[in-house]
Design a protein around this ligand. Structure first.
Ligand SMILES: Cc1ncc(COP(=O)(O)O)c(C=O)c1O
Length: 399
């Protein structure tokens, strides 16, 4: 039969091809994969989840297995709302939260709510590849603003907004950005607040890694100063478990919230109520901060090991962007060598990395690449970085 597919789905999907290959690499037992953004399974609270699951089924089995409301389980929304106080945002109510199928779903919902074909949106350059992929579905005109070591380039952001005052939103990842691992300094944070306050641009703040800080101090969420002008995405994926697919969006504008809820109902009726109730039970019966503290110790050790292996084995001229948390390191090859060429070479040798290209809207043959440290054993880090360094050496010698 001939498929009469929509133009939308037939559009080339540059980022999509990479996302598929990253997930495939992560699932392949024959590869050492530094490509994905996977939490370390050692950090999964399996006995605690088992106890929470048992309790939910025993005490609330019927509700947990029935359909439920689109907005999400009230006890969970209440917990999330209160958590915003740790990010300097007070007065968030359970009603402001919509529980989503991972924060990934919230990105798609936001794109659906804001973007008509040709509408301008602002993103960091580079930015999270699957966010680009989600927004592309709606055919936006993507305006990019350079990421500096201390956060988004404020002059460029101010200029972009002055030249494009109708831009719909700015998608920002202020902590341990994916892919660069960089965070906004307080100075950059304050400047962004001023620029956005004087504009009609909404901020979509994505913050999956904020709680994984093992050095330095975090800035508040932009929602602390910007109120309704900032929608905040969050997730349990990086701090508890990604497999339950529980994320959220905090939307303090009532009209927008109603529209997002209407759309979510058509997409999936609601996020798994069973997963929501189990996570809520887990949070009620356990100290999640203690759990996160242990995870951070683990990730700091992994990051330290990977950084020292990179410094030891990588050929001269490679540059490393240090990080104070999160899951990723960002490495730049010398002499404008292509990270896609490195990606292919390393894959042949059994190591997967994520080349820089899909994180950029426009730039190609990028020299930087992203590597993940959270999900590898120490042996795999040592072995994998040695192989990666060999591949770099070969690439440099072939030039
Ligand atoms: C910046 C960013 N946003 C959103 C997501 C999606 O996370 P999830 O859907 O698991 O909450 C990720 C996942 O890696 C991410 O890095």
């Amino acid at each position: 039969m001939q498929l009469n597919l929509s133009d939308r789905i037939l559009k080339p999907d540059f980022q999509g091809e990479f996302t598929a290959s990253i997930l495939a690499a992560a699932a392949s037992p024959d590869l050492i994969s530094f490509a994905g953004g996977l939490p370390n399974p050692v950090s999964f609270p399996i006995p605690e989840m088992e106890a929470a699951t048992k309790k939910v089924l025993e005490e609330n089995g019927v509700t947990s297995l029935q359909y439920n409301a689109t907005q999400g389980w009230p006890a969970l929304r209440k917990w999330i709302a209160k958590r915003y106080e740790t990010m300097g945002v007070y007065g968030v109510e359970a009603d402001d939260i919509i529980v989503t199928n991972g924060s990934q779903q919230a990105l798609a919902m936001f794109g659906h709510a804001f973007i008509n074909a040709g509408d301008e949106i602002i993103v960091e350059d580079p930015t999270y590849l699957v966010a680009l992929q989600s927004f592309h579905v709606f055919d936006p005109c993507v305006l990019t603003v350079t990421m500096n070591p201390d956060g988004i380039d404020c002059e460029e952001l101010a200029r972009t907004i002055a030249e494009h005052p109708k831009a719909k939103f700015a998608y920002l990842i202020p902590n341990f950005q994916n892919p660069t691992g960089l965070s906004y300094s307080q100075e950059v944070h304050d400047k962004v607040v001023e620029i956005i306050k004087n504009s009609n641009v909404m901020i979509l703040e994505d913050n999956p890694y904020r709680e994984l800080r093992f050095a330095g101090t975090a800035t508040n969420s932009f929602g602390a100063e910007l109120g309704e002008q900032c929608c905040m995405l969050g997730t349990f994926s990086k701090i508890v478990t990604p497999g339950m697919r529980i994320g959220w969006i905090c939307v303090r504008n009532k009209e927008l919230r109603a529209k997002l809820l209407g759309y979510k109902a058509t997409a999936d009726l609601h996020t798994s109520i069973f997963s929501q109730m189990v996570i809520a039970q887990y949070l009620a019966d356990n100290d999640v901060d203690e759990h996160i503290a242990k995870t951070k110790v683990l990730y700091k050790a992994k990051s330290d090991l990977m950084v020292s292996c990179l410094r030891k084995y990588l050929p001269a001229g490679c540059e490393l962007t240090p990080t104070e948390g999160g899951m990723f390191l960002w490495v730049t090859l010398p002499n404008n060598l292509s990270s896609v060429d490195l990606y292919r070479k390393a894959l042949e040798k059994g190591v997967a990395i994520c080349p820089g290209d899909p994180f950029y809207e426009y730039q190609r043959n990028v020299s930087s690449f992203r590597i993940n440290y959270s999900n590898s054993t120490d042996e795999a880090i040592e072995k994998g970085i040695k192989i990666l360094a060999e591949a770099c050496e070969e690439l440099i010698n072939e030039q």
